[in-house]
Design a protein around this ligand. Structure first.
Ligand code: ADP
Ligand code: MG
Length: 233
């Protein structure tokens, strides 16, 4: 397996005025293509900071982040935006769907930014919705869908650009147990079809569905272990 993600001595310090917070204090980790990794840890331990760095939404204060062979530390904002659009799909706790737009219009948005022509955008958006089991809901607006269905629309939007990496920050945090099961089954399927997934969660049963768990505490990785099917494979 080849490395998709390599973090090398990564540190992140937030500064506001005279106050400094060391959110990440030396992270070294490699994640290969096709892995399904959950990052767990208490509130304030640095999970979202790590997610922002992995998603090229922010840059490390120190250290190196190599994504798919490309060292991101030397890139400018335009190059980082291009990487976010081409290589990374994001799923958030709050779905972040546009309420006035139908499901397929929400899903096509990353393709609008990528500059694809409209007929191809529509075709790919509808295919992505079919893939998450919502082929019969393409013209529904978010308000006409359940929480679990809305999160599946968000997953379809994350996948429509065929990104190398799917990043999810507490994707089941706003869902009831039935919808949580739905979304976790979908992530299992995506992993089964070779997608690389990094999921952030504070729920142990969600983390147990991944194949590898990274425990982060006070800005450092304290545990790196195989779990569930990963441990017995
Ligand atoms: P988690 O997602 O695990 O709850 P975060 O990565 O959000 O943790 O935060 C890690 C630490 O960094 C916390 O102490 C938090 O208060 C601090 N922090 C996060 N974002 C900022 C910011 N933009 N400015 C200053 N401090 C921040
Ligand atoms: Mg967080």
């Amino acid at each position: 397996m080849s490395a998709l993600i390599e973090l090398d001595g990564v540190r992140k310090t937030y500064r506001s005025g005279s106050l400094e917070v060391e959110a990440l204090r030396g992270i070294d980790v490699r994640i290969d293509e096709g892995e399904y990794v959950a990052v767990i840890g208490p509130s304030g331990s640095g999970k979202s900071t790590l997610m922002n760095l992995l998603g090229c939404l922010d840059l490390p204060t120190e250290g190196r982040y190599v994504l798919a062979g490309e060292d991101t530390s030397s890139l400018d904002e335009a190059a980082l935006a291009a990487i976010r659009n081409r290589r990374i799909g994001f799923v958030f706790q709050q779905f972040h769907l546009l309420p006035s737009m139908t499901a397929w219009r929400n899903v096509e948005l990353p393709l609008v930014y990528a500059g694809l022509p409209r007929p191809e955008r529509r075709e790919r958006a509808i295919a992505a919705l079919a893939r998450v089991g919502l082929g019969d809901r393409v013209d529904h607006r978010p308000g006409e869908l359940s929480g679990g269905q809305q999160q599946r629309v968000a997953v379809a939007r994350a996948l429509v650009t065929e990104p190398a990496l799917l990043l999810a920050d507490e994707p089941t945090g706003n869902l009831d147990s039935g919808s949580t099961r739905d979304v976790l089954e979908l992530l299992d399927e995506l992993h089964g079809s070779g997608r690389t997934i990094v999921l952030i969660t504070h729920e142990p049963d969600v983390a147990a569905r991944a194949r590898r768990n990274l425990v982060i505490d006070d800005g450092v990785i304290t545990v790196d272990r195989l779990t569930g099917a990963g441990a017995s494979a």
